[in-house]
Design a protein around this ligand. Structure first.
Ligand code: PHE
Length: 456
């Protein structure tokens, strides 16, 4: 007998029935044909855990203990038998108090199993509590239906129509009720990646604040622009192969000759009041091609080519680091970079602009911490309060570009700048713990499709 026949047979003899049906579509179909009326009910039931089933098979530990030779021992059976008052200790020996012992625990579990968890009045509340505490049963949600006869119950199937055709107009037809509760099939449309949504939001804030976007469409850079122009010495650990991806072919690229000389001088002997690092600067080392490790390599080129002394620039693009990949690190990620060049800009301006920027994102609780970068002085790390984690987490790095970086470019102004991660706020926003879920080949398309709009 199929489910439909079963339901109809039951309703022939009684007005109402409460049953569990796995096929929700069948209930909808019968109700749209008015064969039945139904009400959906969600209830908590209790079902046995594997430990619960184990007791049904093998008996409870306390019962099994009572069948043995009643020693004092460290066991669940002994402890429970004591608690239940089945035994007591007398002169260091176990004395049986209750003569006739039944395995109540097993019996109660059997009762629950036999009524399939539906009628919990079958055991007392205290017993339920004990069974839950001992993890022998667990609470589960079940959906079932209260079904009664509809107006077409036991009437001939009336050939209900679903679509209205031209020929039907003017005649009478039995139309099926429209089911307003049914969901349509979701169209397989494209969807914006969460990182793109956040990128757009960051971009809009920059544009709103009067920033211009830098062209960052270039992943391969010379070490010169990525490190040397930023006054990062050639023996700096981040310039080694285990931190940076070096390009084999083409291995080298050129950089402006005259400016290169100035960079060499500032590294070797210093200039503009700076002492330099005092080492032999290698042109070959500076010419080596790499995958850019930060977008500050692009900022440096923009500053070098600067036509006016006041400018606000930003970029959001990909950078590469030869990192060990784990839940929070990838070898490629995105950086949000901003800079302002102008006269007499100082730390107050930097902290002010950062606060304003994050305020527009809806992040108001910020903390600043002194830090170190070869190309900024002072350098400031930015921390934001994460309301879910209830602590401050690092969201960026910033500073005022050093004279050693901007003076050889011929700039006579000050530049405040900052760099943030794009993935980090995205992970916070979308509650993602593993970065590989957000970016890279491991991303699930369904996840992208179902994501909500951004707005921090
Ligand atoms: N380039 C830095 C980084 O990769 C960020 C930064 C940019 C810091 C500009 C200061 C100024 O973390």
């Amino acid at each position: 007998m199929d489910t439909q026949e079963k339901i109809i047979n039951i309703l022939k003899n009684q007005d109402k029935v409460k049953i569990k049906v796995s096929d929700h579509g069948l209930i909808l179909k019968l109700s749209s044909k008015k064969i039945i009326n139904y009400k959906q009910i969600t209830e908590n039931i209790y079902s046995l855990t594997t430990d619960g089933y184990d007791i049904i098979q093998n008996g409870s530990p306390e019962y099994n203990y009572m069948k043995g030779d009643l020693k004092i021992e460290k066991s669940v059976g002994f402890n429970n038998a004591m608690k239940k008052g089945w035994i007591k200790l007398e002169n260091g020996l176990v004395k049986k108090i209750v003569a006739d012992i039944k395995d109540e625990l097993k019996e109660n579990l059997l009762k629950i199993k036999n009524c399939e968890g539906f009628d919990m009045k079958i055991v007392s509340n205290d017993i339920l509590k004990e069974l839950l505490r001992r993890k022998l049963i667990e609470k589960k949600k079940v959906i079932y239906y209260e079904i009664s006869k509809g107006e077409n119950f036991l009437k001939e199937d009336k050939n209900l129509e679903t679509d209205i055709l031209c020929e039907m107009i003017g005649k009478s037809f039995n139309l099926k009720d429209y089911n307003w509760n049914t969901l349509g099939i979701l169209p397989l449309n494209g969807a914006l990646h969460p990182l793109n949504k956040i990128k757009d939001e960051f971009r809009n804030i920059f544009l709103e604040m009067g920033f211009e976007e830098m062209n960052t469409r270039k992943y391969v850079e010379s070490s010169f622009w990525n490190f040397d122009s930023l006054f990062q010495p050639q023996n700096h650990p981040s310039r080694e192969a285990h931190d940076t991806f070096f390009i084999k072919n083409p291995k080298y690229s050129t950089f402006p000759e005259e400016y290169g000389k100035k960079v060499k001088k500032i590294h070797e002997d210093g200039d503009f009041g700076s002492l330099g690092y005092g080492y032999g600067w290698s042109e070959e080392e500076a010419s080596k091609n790499i995958l850019r490790t930060h977008t500050t390599a692009i900022s440096a080129q923009y500053l070098y080519n600067l036509k006016k002394l006041e400018i606000k620039l930003f970029s959001i693009d990909r950078v590469f680091r030869n990192e060990h990949v784990d839940a929070t690190h990838l070898a490629e990620f995105h950086q949000v970079e901003g800079l302002i060049a102008g006269k007499n800009l100082n730390l107050k301006h930097l902290l002010g602009i950062l606060s304003q920027f994050f305020k527009k994102l809806g992040i108001e609780k910020l903390k600043f911490k002194p830090a170190y970068n070869p190309y900024t002085e002072p350098s400031v790390e930015v921390f934001a309060f994460h309301p879910k984690l209830k602590k401050y987490i690092e969201i960026g790095n910033s500073g005022i570009f050093r004279p050693e970086m901007i003076k050889p470019m011929g700039l006579d102004c000050s530049v405040i700048a900052w760099g943030l991660s794009l993935e980090r706020p995205a992970m916070i926003k979308y509650g993602i713990k593993n970065i590989r879920q957000l970016f890279g080949h491991g991303v699930d398309f369904d996840y992208i499709r179902k994501n909500n709009i951004c707005y921090f």
